[in-house]
Design a protein around this ligand. Structure first.
Ligand SMILES: [Fe+2]
Length: 160
C-alpha cells in the first residue's frame, strides 16, 4: 500500500471533518437548546415540583422546535433537492418526508396537552408516557441529522 497516498486521503477526511459551517453550527446549537428544554420538562415532572410551570415549558419548547424546523426547511432541504447528485436528492427528500411525519406527531402532542392545566398534567400518566416517547423520537432524529444529514451538507453542499 502506498503509505503517502494513504496519509493524504486521511488528511482529506480530516479536512472534511473540520469544515463545520456556521449554519450547521447554529442548527446544532438549536438542537442543544431543544434537548435541554426536553430534559428540563422531564426533570420538572420527575421532581414533582409544584411551582414548575409545565404549560410555559411546553410552549417554549414548541416555539423553539417550530423555528428550528423553519430554518431547516429554508436552509437544508432546498440545498439537497437542488444538488446534481441523485444520492443527495434522495437523502434530503427522505429526511424531509420523515420530519413531516414527526412534526405532525409533535403538533398533536402540543395540541393535546396545551389545553390542560399544570395540575392536570402533573397527575396525567399518559402525558408522562407521551413525553418520554416524544423525547426519544426527537433525540433519535437529532442524532441522525448530526451524524448523517449535517455531515453530508458540510461535505458537499456548502455555499451552494
Ligand atoms: Fe434539526
Amino acid at each position: 500500500m502506498d503509505l503517502i497516498q494513504d496519509l493524504r486521503s486521511q488528511h482529506v477526511e480530516i479536512g472534511h471533518a473540520l469544515i463545520e459551517l456556521k449554519e450547521i453550527l447554529e442548527l446544532k446549537k438549536q438542537h442543544v437548546k431543544i434537548k435541554k428544554s426536553l430534559k428540563g420538562l422531564n426533570d420538572g415532572l420527575d421532581n414533582s415540583l409544584n411551582n414548575f410551570d409545565i404549560i410555559a415549558s411546553l410552549s417554549e419548547l414548541k416555539s423553539t422546535l417550530v423555528s428550528h424546523l423553519e430554518v431547516e426547511d429554508k436552509l437544508l432541504y432546498p440545498s439537497f433537492s437542488k444538488s446534481k447528485d441523485k444520492k443527495l436528492n434522495n437523502m434530503g427528500k427522505k429526511f424531509s418526508d420523515k420530519m413531516l411525519g414527526i412534526s405532525k406527531v409533535a403538533l398533536s402532542f402540543f395540541d393535546k396537552y396545551s389545553k390542560m392545566t399544570n395540575e392536570m398534567l402533573r397527575e396525567d400518566k399518559s402525558f408522562k408516557k407521551d413525553l418520554i416517547g416524544f423525547i426519544n423520537v426527537v433525540n433519535k432524529r437529532v442524532n441522525l441529522e448530526e451524524t448523517v444529514l449535517f455531515v453530508e451538507y458540510n461535505k458537499h453542499l456548502s455555499g451552494k
